[in-house]
Write a protein that binds this ligand. Structure first.
Ligand code: FPP
Length: 233
């Protein structure tokens, strides 16, 4: 068992479409299975003592996929949030990162409700990145700092790393320590660009619907075997 656990794990859940296509199924079936695996992964991460888990459910770029696929993923999120509601005893604090103004009103309300009622939970923090883009997040934070500067609320010297971090959707949360990407691609794809400055990466060939506790454990073991010098020597 690993002796250094990451506090914050990020997951790029890639390969749902290929998993489904391989089985002659519509792509949405891959996302459906992916949502089940996500629910299991949240329980497993909590059991392993992970404090923060951020998963990439839909990037801003993914919004350009065929509308029925995007709608399908939104419906899976609806069902997921309803389940989170049903399993209140699981003590999960759930938050959604990303631009939510363009989401359907009912979904926005469901997100706000889950965030509100789960705010006191401390079993594990789960962030679902939806309609999310790492660069958008940085722009959002920079604009917020610029707005404060222009209004005279702050001086130029006060714009520092801490202030930019506090304008991120993850404000108040620790940086991501470990990012796992399934599906065989070796990229970051605009995920947590600011927060991943010192993250370790584990890339897996398996498609997300095939991800399980064994993969999670092996990623944690790889993490604990790495020496994180954070720029030092
Ligand atoms: C990437 O696989 C996956 C996505 C774009 C969607 C991820 C969504 C889920 C796991 C289910 C949604 C769950 C919630 C709670 C919102 P891909 O479709 O790009 O796969 P491919 O690379 O094989 O085409």
């Amino acid at each position: 068992m690993p002796n250094t656990l990451p506090t914050h794990v990020g997951i790029i859940m890639d390969g749902n479409g290929r998993w489904a296509t391989q089985r002659g199924l519509p792509r949405i079936e891959g996302h459906k299975k992916g949502a089940e695996v996500l629910a299991d992964t949240v329980r497993y991460a909590k059991a392993r003592g992970i404090e923060y888990l951020t998963v990439y459910a839909l990037s801003t770029e993914n919004r350009s996929r065929p509308p029925e696929e995007v709608r399908g993923i939104m419906n899976l999120l609806r069902a997921y949030l309803k389940d989170v509601n049903n399993y209140r005893k699981e003590n999960v604090r759930t938050r959604v990162l990303g631009e939510r103004h363009s989401l359907d009103a009912d979904l926005r309300i469901a997100i706000e409700n889950v965030e509100k009622w789960s705010a006191g939970n401390d079993g594990i923090n789960v962030n679902i990145a939806l309609n999310y883009g790492g660069r958008d997040e940085i722009v959002h934070s920079a604009r917020e700092a610029a707005r404060k500067l222009l209004s005279g609320e702050i001086a130029l010297q006060q714009i520092d790393k801490a202030m930019i971090a506090s304008g991120m959707h993850t404000a108040g949360q620790p940086d991501v320590d470990l990012i796992i990407r399934t599906g065989g691609e070796l990229r970051i794809s605009n995920f947590m660009l600011w927060q991943s400055a010192y993250a370790e990466f584990v890339f897996l060939d398996e498609y997300w619907p095939d991800f399980g506790p064994g993969h999670f454990d092996s990623a944690l073991e790889k993490f604990s075997a790495r020496e994180r010098r954070m720029g030092g020597i």
